[in-house]
Structures are given as C-alpha cells and as structure tokens.
Ligand binder design. Structure first.
Ligand code: EPU
Length: 344
C-alpha cells in the first residue's frame, strides 16, 4: 500500500484539473483496500474511490480526505462450458484489457465497449455503455466493501438498479458508499446480430464487414473511437462530458415536433446531446479554455483551462446555448471528487 500526501487532483484525473487531495492511497489487494479504509477511518477523513480518474473531476479546493485508487488485478475463470464463461476480474484491471481478454476467447457481450477508458471496478458505477451494449447486460455481481456497515458484501447485478449511466453506486443515498473490489461477468460464445447502432453500422457497411465476430466488432469500434475520441495520454478530457437524454414517449413526440431526431428502440427513446451541440453550432468552439471537440461534440477538451471554475463557466455557457435553442437542459456526465453526503 502506497500512501502519498498532498497530491494535486489535476495529476490523477484525465481532465487534469483540481487542487490537492490530503492523501492518495494506492491498493493492490483486497487486504490493502481494507487497510486503506481503516487508515481513513482512523484519521476520521472522508474517502473517495478512484480508478484511473477518467470520469472524475477535481475541484479547485482539492479534497480534504483520502482518495483510494484501486489497482486490484487479475482475471479468474470461475467456470467455462462449451459456450459460456463466468469470469471474475479485479476492479483495478484496465477495462479495455478485460474486453480484449474476453473477445480473444471468442465471447460476446462487451466487444462494443472496446477502448472505453477506465477500470473494471469503475464500469458498474456509471453503467458504462457504447454502441448498444452496457455493463448491466453481462455483469453477474460485484464484490465490494460497504463503508457504511463496515463489511464485505457481494451485490448481485439485479440489486444494482442499473439504467442509462445510473446505478446504486452513483446515485441517491448509496452513492460513494461501496468500494468495488472485483466484478464477476457471464459471457456467451457467439456473435452480435444487426442492425447495429447507427454509427457502428455505417462503419461496418463502409468496410464491407459482414462477419460480426467479437474480434471484428472490437476492431471496428476501436477504429471508430480512435478516429473520434481523444487519446487520454495526449489530450485532457473526461470522455463524453455531457449525458444523452432518455425520454418518455410523450417527450419524444415533443422533441420530434421541434425537429430533433429521436432514436427509438424497444427499450428507450434517446436524444443525442451530440446532435444538439452540433446543431447549436458548438462543435470546435472554445469556452474559457475548454473546446467542444470538432470530432465528437459530447467531448469537452481541456486545451488551456486552468481551474474547475473555468470549466463550470464553460459548461454553463454551453448549456445555455443549447437550452435557448432546443429547450433541453444538458448535464455533465463525470462526477465531482467530493465528500459523500451523509445519510447515516
Ligand atoms: N451526433 C452528432 N454530432 C456529434 C456527435 C453525435 O450529431 O458530434 C449524433 C449523431 O446523430 C450520431 C449520434 O449522435 O449518430 C450518436 O453519436 P455517437 O455514436 O458518437 O455516440 P454518443 O451518443 O455521442 C454515446 C456515449 C459514448 C459511446 C457512444 C457510442 C454517452 C454520454 N456517450 O455517445 O460513451 O462511446 O455513445 O455508443 O452516452 C463516454 O461515455 O465517455 C462515451 C464516450
């Protein structure tokens, strides 16, 4: 267990903003995770759990508490039959390494989520998703430490209250309560079947790809993302900065009356915030050092923004332009590193 003091949040989050955290503790095993939690409890300091910092934002005042970073590694095959595998992955594994491990073995279920930045343990928190797949489709259970009851728990996926970018881990009274240690998934052999999400379908058509093996879909998604999304090592951003909208049928009818395209599927009606931003003329525009990406409008790039205050101003100005034109209140997707609200 490595303990560092006074670590700028700008150095541990991909948006590269924020003042110092009192402590950052890196843990590589369940035992170390428990020790780190004890360390914070002894000092009576709040805890914030972090993976690679790809979806968390640092405030200018920093964080008066202990940030615990999960580096618990390893893939363990719990069972494998002819066409099904159950795998437990360490919460600190890099998500895309896990996707590669699974697709290499011919299993389907997460291939469309290739190249999403971040860790396995962070994936259920906001129920990451891309191109029609999300984590809730294949997750079986999560092993976590419950900081409220001070005990180790196993939470089945059905109790995680998953929906679009939402789970018990990022909402309501349970937000920030659990430290996700390991995640167990179930995958089946096989291939996805078309029709695919529009941008993926367009890529497959253009490249005449008709074998939808997990490896081919992974390859296609990786190429789409490489062309559109910034490389976190080179460019500061937090992935998609704004959330899309899930609408009721009545709201969807209203949106269409205003000329806004709605993607209707069997399960949901969706308005793409990328479309709203693009059609409000925001692509490529900069606000207080933050630029709306000219390749994927949901991504906000930190070009020269120096503070969270700058980001907040940029966010508000962008949101106002979209609201004035389309009447949609767009909201940021990343979460702010701060003390969890006390409910106990
Ligand atoms: N669109 C535009 N202009 C843009 C971007 C999008 O008009 O600049 C419209 C287009 O109609 C396009 C549609 O939005 O067909 C969908 O765009 P895209 O496929 O780029 O996906 P997205 O809705 O912008 C979401 C996720 C991404 C995920 C992609 C692919 C959210 C907040 N974002 O973006 O996830 O990779 O779908 O499935 O749901 C992330 O969360 O960090 C992330 C990158």
């Amino acid at each position: 267990m490595i303990i560092q003091e006074n670590v700028p949040l700008s150095t541990i989050t991909t948006m590269r903003l924020g003042g110092p955290a009192d402590y950052v503790v890196d843990v590589e095993s369940v035992d170390e995770a428990l020790e780190a939690i004890e360390f914070a409890e002894e000092k009576n300091l709040p805890i914030y759990f972090l993976g690679t910092g790809a979806n968390s934002l640092g405030l200018d005042e920093g964080f008066r508490g202990v940030i615990i970073r999960n580096h618990i590694k390893g893939f363990e095959i719990l069972s494998e039959t002819g066409n099904e595998i159950i795998v437990k992955a360490g919460g600190g594994e890099i998500w895309d390494d896990f996707v590669e491990y699974i697709t290499d073995r011919g299993y389907s279920g997460i291939e469309a989520m290739s190249k999403i930045p971040g860790t396995v343990g962070a994936a259920p928190v906001q129920n990451i998703g891309a191109y029609g797949q999300d984590v809730s489709n294949t997750l079986e259970s999560v092993e976590a430490f419950d900081t409220m009851l001070d005990e180790y728990v196993e939470i089945p996926a059905k109790d995680c209250d998953f929906s679009y970018r939402h789970s018990i881990f990022n909402s309501g009274e349970t937000s920030g309560r659990y430290f996700i240690l390991n995640c167990t998934f179930r995958f089946k052999k096989g291939k996805l079947t078309p029709p695919f999400y529009n941008s993926l379908q367009a890529y497959l058509d253009e490249h005449s790809i008709t074998d939808y093996s997990p490896k081919n879909i992974r390859q296609a998604v990786s190429e789409i993302r490489a062309g559109k999304l910034p490389d976190p090592a080179a460019i500061a951003s937090a992935g998609s900065f704004f959330k899309n909208f899930i609408l009721t049928d009545a709201e969807a009818d209203e949106a269409e009356k205003k000329g806004i395209p709605v993607y209707r599927s069997a399960t949901e009606n969706k308005v793409n915030t990328g479309w709203l931003l693009e059609n409000a003329g925001l692509k490529g525009k900069s606000f207080h050092g933050f630029k709306v990406s000219d390749k994927a409008a949901l991504i906000l790039i930190n070009e020269s923004g120096e503070s969270y205050a700058d980001l907040k101003q940029a966010e508000e100005e962008i949101a106002k332009i979209v609201y004035d034109k389309y009447g949609f209140k767009i909201e940021p997707e990343p979460v702010i590193i701060k003390e969890r609200e006390q409910h106990d």
